[in-house]
Design a protein around this ligand. Structure first.
Ligand code: AYL
Length: 522
């Protein structure tokens, strides 16, 4: 049974992303596009488009060609948007890097993506330089947006006053971005998203939200993640809204920015909803500007969502998706007050889905849980240089196998009920177990290891390591946690450790994660 979107298809403009966002500035040239939430400095649409063009021209003059990969390693500021769109306008591909990454994690992504230029900020320069020097990394130039001795700055790029290059973009086949995701299994892989993928999802999303020039969007979720990049930044720029940036989440600052910048549309991940429901400080701010609070990237508890809605008097909405779907496939439209906010709502326009029993491979119907498979113009072209992973995720009929288990009711409302993939999500961020397992095995005191997600006391999903010690060695839980913590971004830390005599494995040597999960619930 195929479940189709209840909405009519929307027309997907046959243009690249720069053309979609900056091709026609009629009526919006002087309207603020981006505001720095800390300093209050703003860039109008006209200014943004002009400097994006200059950045593209300067990158081209420095040898960046169509299809080249440029890394972006920066917190959210208006200049992130400038760098991002400048790269795309040059016909290059942006690989956006998590700001929390260690130098080694950054080097892995730069190496795998083949990035030749890295754009960063002075505060991140130590990690950027260490990563650029790592073996196999091809980065030959580091641009430091705010400037650093010996490096090109954004001001230098703009001073060249170069015209944007004449690149012809084929939206259907040319890549725009290469964010990293582990998908259903293994380590993080480059997700090949074309201009068509991004443009499609922007128009699919904006069809279901009530946003326009008067809308003021709060961009606290990082632009390096597909949620911040597409749902917060690009969809807002498409409708001519104003995007107010915040470099990181800090509750008082978040509340101040909502109150002072009067942002009416705020995108969050579920941990922020917990703070909004419970923290006493929330009552000290005038949050009346806030109209729509939109959550995605991890399950939003219905009771919690209702508590936030009651406390703040705003509308709460939820969306679901994956980096591999640019990212949204399901959401609750702004106007649908009748859909429970603990669900992920309806299939968005231009998409269709199937639910498949993971045990039997049979398609299931209304009311029966099954693995969610999705198809549409926003589904990725594949994983970079990884045919096997692509074939395991995208089938011959064009369906992406999400690894999430969903139920669809008779009204077409979808609930995510389980996950059959390895992935752990900590506060909405991906923690690929395979990466932590490989890291643990580099410790000479560890004979074998497996990592799964478990629930902590607050119900938050956290990584737990099962570890087999080498014979006769002295190794305790704290030492295992410290070993990992020194080598990964903080959100990937192992937070629980248990020692075992052996890791349960199949005859072919695959870790039996379901046996480990069964131990947890026993
Ligand atoms: P990635 N409920 C439950 N699980 C979710 C939800 C949700 N609302 N959203 C995402 N996930 C999980 O690539 C799910 O396991 O993209 C999914 O396969 O970092 C995985 O996260 C994908 O993780 C929006 C806003 C989607 C954000 C996104 C998130 C994209 C996260 C739609 O409106």
């Amino acid at each position: 049974m195929i479940f189709r979107s209840p909405f009519p298809d929307v027309a997907i403009p046959d243009v690249g992303l720069p053309e979609l966002l900056f091709g026609d500035l009629a009526g919006r040239a002087d309207h603020p596009a981006l505001v720095d939430g800390s300093s209050g400095r703003s860039l109008s649409y006209g200014e943004l488009a002009a400097i994006v063009g200059k950045v593209a021209g300067a990158l081209a003059a420095r040898g960046v060609r169509k299809g080249d990969v440029v890394g972006i390693f920066s917190p959210n500021t208006p200049f992130y948007a400038v760098a991002f769109h400048g790269v795309l306008r040059a016909g290059a591909v942006a690989t956006t890097v998590n700001s929390l990454y260690t130098a080694d994690e950054l080097a892995s992504q730069l190496r795998d993506s083949g990035a030749t230029v890295l754009i960063t900020i002075s505060a991140f320069l130590d990690r950027a330089e260490a990563a650029a020097k790592a073996e196999g990394v091809r980065v030959s130039e580091i641009v430091v947006l705010d400037g650093a001795p010996g490096h090109t700055s954004l001001a230098d790029l703009l001073a060249a006053d170069a015209a944007p290059p004449d690149v012809v973009i084929d939206p259907a086949t040319d890549l725009a971005v290469l964010p990293y995701s582990s998908g259903t299994t293994g380590r993080a892989k480059g997700v090949m998203l074309t201009h068509r993928n991004l443009v499609a999802n922007i128009v699919q999303i904006t069809e279901l939200i009530e946003a326009g020039a008067d809308t003021r969007v709060l961009a606290v979720l990082p632009f390096f993640h597909i949620y911040g990049m597409q749902v917060t930044m690009n969809a807002a720029l498409h409708v001519g809204a104003t995007v107010v940036t915040m470099p990181k989440f800090d509750l008082p600052e978040f509340l101040r920015v909502i109150a002072e910048h009067r942002t009416d549309r705020v995108y969050i991940a579920p941990p922020v909803a917990v703070a909004l429901a419970k923290h006493p400080i929330v009552d000290s701010y005038d949050l009346s500007p806030l109209k729509v609070l939109f959550s995605g990237a991890a399950p939003l508890d219905e009771e919690l969502a209702e508590a936030v809605k009651a406390r703040l008097g705003c509308t709460v909405r939820q969306g679901y998706g994956m980096t591999e779907m640019s990212p949204v496939s399901h959401m609750i439209p702004d106007v649908r007050e009748d859909i429970p906010i603990g669900t992920v709502g309806l299939i968005i326009p231009n998409m269709e889905c199937k639910l498949v029993d993971p045990g039997t491979g049979e398609e299931v119907g209304v009311g029966v849980p099954g693995e969610l498979w999705c198809k549409g113009p926003n589904v990725m072209a594949g994983y970079l240089n990884n045919r096997d992973a692509t074939d395991a995720t995208l089938d011959a009929d064009g369906y992406l196998h999400t690894g999430d288990v969903a139920v669809i009711d008779a009204d077409g409302v979808v609930s995510i009920v389980d996950r059959v993939k390895e992935l752990i999500k900590y506060k909405g961020y991906q923690v690929p177990p395979a990466e932590l397992e490989a890291l643990l095995l580099t410790n000479p005191l560890i004979a074998d290891a497996a990592v799964i997600g478990v629930r902590d006391d607050e119900g938050e999903e956290v990584p737990k390591a099962f570890v087999v010690r080498q014979q006769g060695v002295d190794l305790d839980e704290a030492a295992v946690m410290a070993f990992v913590a020194e080598r990964v971004a903080p959100y990937k830390k192992v937070r629980v450790v248990e020692f075992l005599d052996a890791i349960p494995k199949s005859a072919s040597g695959k870790i039996l994660r379901k046996d480990l999960r069964a131990r947890e619930s026993a």
